[in-house]
Write a protein that binds this ligand. Structure first.
Ligand code: A3P
Length: 303
């Protein structure tokens, strides 16, 4: 299918028609009102969105498994910009957990006047790219990614849903939200999930016991989510997501990029990303130094 059949542009963002519409965006922009106790997980696609759709209801309910075992993730913690929000918003328990891929400057006015809290989840862009490449192969409502080389180019030019990774990160790293926002990385969550769940619950003012934290980490582990039909997208018909091509819960690891990039691709990718982040006053938790990474990849090739 042609790009214009699959996507439309909204305020400079390329959005898939299957899940978004002018009506859903107007609903989000004008009819939806944020509440002070809302919690919003914000991600660039493929950075850990569905992981937060598992963790947040568990944290907010103090470890009650009912929501994650009875409601599909897209209705349990809906995307603010998607068509389904309007259908489920009135059924969400308070405090509400929501997700969005929107950049900061496109959030609607009530977001800025509310005290809603934000958890921004960031992931190494090289692994985001890999995850996105496979997602574009299995999600029939997205453009075919083309070759790996072609997809790197599309990603760097922002010709993918929600535009450039660097624009997204910059928008949310430079906010006026003060202590309303917390930053966490996918990599931290992989490294020590109970510790990440503790950080999230503290940020949300939930004083949970070690036992409950362990329970939440267990039920939001990759394995548990893979086995949970409310979270593994097996309820979605194959005409939308073809699990024979790739799984939504695909690998769930850090560093899969090492299996995909050539040295030349790494140098190019790292230099474009570094240049676009130049001058911004935040640090990234991963090296964008291509020389270090190239050594890493070359060592793999030699093995
Ligand atoms: P991979 O494709 O690298 O496996 P999003 O939800 O933003 O679309 O991100 C999807 C990515 O998050 C996928 O990455 C998926 O496997 C990973 N993911 C989801 N839940 C996870 C979990 N519990 N542990 C580790 N990775 C998880």
């Amino acid at each position: 299918m042609l790009t214009e059949d699959l996507y439309f542009m909204y305020l400079g963002l390329m959005l898939p028609k299957e899940t978004h519409s002018q009506e859903s965006l107007t609903f989000f922009a004008q009819d939806f009102t944020f509440k002070d106790d809302d919690v919003i997980a914000v991600t660039y696609p493929k950075s850990g969105t569905i992981w937060m759709q598992e963790i947040l209801p568990l944290v907010l309910s103090g470890g009650d498994l009912t929501p994650i075992q009875s409601i599909p993730n897209w209705d349990r913690v809906p995307w603010l910009e998607e068509k389904r929000l309007k259908l489920v918003v009135d059924q969400l328990p308070s405090p509400r957990a929501l997700v969005t891929h929107f950049p900061y400057q496109l959030m609607p006015p009530s977001f800025f006047t509310s005290k809603a809290k934000v958890i921004y989840v960031m992931r190494n862009p090289k692994d985001v790219l890999v995850s996105s490449y496979y997602f574009h192969q299995m999600a029939t409502f997205l453009e075919d990614p083309g070759t790996w080389d072609e997809f790197i180019d599309k990603f760097l030019k922002g010709r993918v849903m929600f535009g450039k990774w660097t624009d997204h990160v910059k928008s949310w790293r430079n906010t006026q939200l003060g202590d309303r926002i917390m930053y966490i990385t996918y990599e931290e969550m992989i490294q020590d999930l109970p510790a990440a769940v503790r950080l999230i619950s503290n940020f949300l003012g939930k004083n949970l016991s070690d036992q409950i934290i362990e329970k939440i980490a267990h039920h939001s582990s990759f394995k548990s989510m893979q086995a949970n039909i409310m979270s593994n997208f097996s309820l979605v018909p194959k005409i939308y997501m073809d699990s024979d091509k790739s799984q939504f819960l695909r690998k769930g690891v850090v560093g899969d990029w090492k299996q995909h990039f050539t040295s030349e691709q790494l140098v190019h990718f790292s230099s474009v990303i570094s240049k676009e982040l130049e001058g911004d006053n935040f640090t990234l938790p991963w090296s964008l130094d291509a020389t270090v990474d190239v050594a890493n990849v070359d060592a793999q090739v030699e093995m």
